[in-house]
Design a protein around this ligand. Structure first.
Ligand code: G3P
Length: 216
């Protein structure tokens, strides 16, 4: 399973990258706004900075909701760097735009996916990635991980090539469960990635080894 970091924060991207386990980055308008990035030029410069920092796919989201606007924006985003993947929302115009990008050699990440039906449409349109939002499904008292399993099953038997990108990850346990459910990629906040490191028996064991080492 590939690891993406879900942030537009350069310091956090650098920290995850230094671990040597990072395969890419996802951003969205909320994450970009959180970093105080405003205006077309600043946004494009920020995407370029991320692409130059990480050797892997970087999702950059379109803000338009009509076909022509999405295509124009996506073309501009894709021209920033070869690693840019254009992130497109799962709406009617979005599906049309994904098909256009697919036909024109531009890779896409279909975002805001909350059902298997939506995931089928994304794959039919040729999306490179489909992003089911696990945490937000859990927030509504449904089981986000069930959706990952269902999409993985469908994509497997139908031989769809779209990669399942588990998004809206909230914990280290989510990452493990997404891996188990068949996600090809997990995009996570830095804290969830670092959470994978934690086990009390590791800390206790290391303390004992270091204590015993003094007797060597
Ligand atoms: O990748 C999508 C993700 O950023 C959404 O996460 O935590 O806002 O539901 P969250």
């Amino acid at each position: 399973m590939k690891f993406f970091i879900d942030t537009a924060n350069l310091a956090q991207i650098r920290e995850a990258n230094q671990l040597g386990i990072l395969d890419g980055v996802t951003t969205n308008p909320s994450l970009m706004a959180k970093e105080g990035i405003r205006g077309k030029e600043a946004i494009e410069k920020h995407y370029l900075d991320i692409c130059e920092m990480v050797d892997g796919d970087v999702s950059a989201e379109v803000l338009s909701t009509d076909f022509d606007g999405m295509v124009a924006e996506g073309k501009r985003l894709a021209a920033i760097h070869p690693n840019i993947v254009v992130k497109v929302p799962m709406i009617r115009e979005g599906v049309k735009a994904i098909r256009w990008f697919t036909n024109n050699g531009i890779r896409t990440n279909c975002t805001l996916v909350f059902s298997a039906g939506q995931a089928i449409l994304a794959a039919k349109a040729g999306a490179s990635y489909v992003s089911p939002f696990i945490g937000r499904i859990d927030d509504g008292n449904w089981d986000g991980m069930e959706l990952i399993s269902q999409i993985a099953h469908i994509y497997n038997i139908q031989e769809f090539r779209t990669e399942i990108l588990a998004a809206s990850i909230r914990s280290a346990l989510h990452i493990v469960k997404a891996a188990e459910a068949g996600a090809h990629v997990c995009t996570c906040p830095l804290d969830s990635i670092l959470g994978l490191l934690k086990h009390p028996l590791t800390d206790i064991g290391l303390a004992k080894f270091l204590e015993d080492a003094k007797k060597m």
